[in-house]
Design a protein around this ligand. Sequence first.
Ligand code: PHE
Length: 343
Amino acid sequence: MVPNELIQKVEALAKEAQSSFLAAGSVDELYQFKVKFLGKQGSFSGLMREMGKMDKEVRPAFGQLVNQKKSEIEKIYENQESDLKKAAMADRIMAEKMDLTLPGPGLATGHKHPLHQVMDDVIDILARIGFSVRTGPLIEKDWYNFEALNIPEDHPARDMQDTFYIDDTHVLRTHTSPVQIRTMENEKPPIRIIAPGSVFRSDSDISHSPNFHQLELLLIDEVVSMADLKGLISYFVKQFFGPQIKTRFRPSFFPFTEPSAEVDCSCPICKGKGCRVCKQTGWVEIGGSGLVNPKVLQFVGLDPKKYQGCAFGFGIERMAIIKYGINDIRLFNENNSRFLTQF
Ligand code: PHE
């Protein structure tokens, strides 16, 4: 017979092993307990070793008891191990689960360049009131770019526009105004045209690019006055920047218009309060304008007693800069998608 205290000792150990196994939170932890209780140097092996000190009659029954408890414990170990493995697998499956219903990352598609967007908007606005598009060459005859616009060879106004010369009689056009001349030469009034396009000046810094874009507007009819010009421009400004934007005209000089005026509008960014874009003035300059100089009408063979006209020209980049608060004109040509995708 095995003495009671020995039975209790074996059972206490079995209980301790069982509760340790069941408390294990991971296969690793469980394995530590396996080594502690069931390993070669473990507690159950220790009990077996103690057998040597026991009475001969006790040994078989004691051995049997220890083995029986040990195999019960092994069973518990195996069950617990398989439970923990299943739980770990379930956790892993949850963690690595793919949601096939999520939308894909999408393809980056191209879109219109901000300058083209502005140009198209402007054309749209002016087409609505009867203006249609004309174009002209980028390499222009001196005659169209200067002479016929009443800018003679020795006129100081030529210095206003730093010109790229191709040869003695050809330049890269410095403005879109030559399209005024080309149109008046070829078409009969009434004329209502806009001429968008590339222009060139030898000038380059944060606010000047050697190649930029302008849009020219020309209206020729029997009776055209400053009132028409102001009406046209304030309609355009309100359509383009918003109904609350005001327009202001400042006296100026262009050889091809008389009288001439610079056009400002109240700053669309700060609504006239003063900001970086309008240099704290509340106003931004958008272009030049005026009534067509009778001398220009004469140059193209239109009778100044019969016809009058008004014209307006402005920079497309400048419009985009003012509309979107862009601070460097060079951004338009850098093709950086972090800039371009903002529009
Ligand atoms: N062509 C002028 C410029 O580039 C702008 C302008 C156009 C002025 C039409 C008056 C009339 O500065």
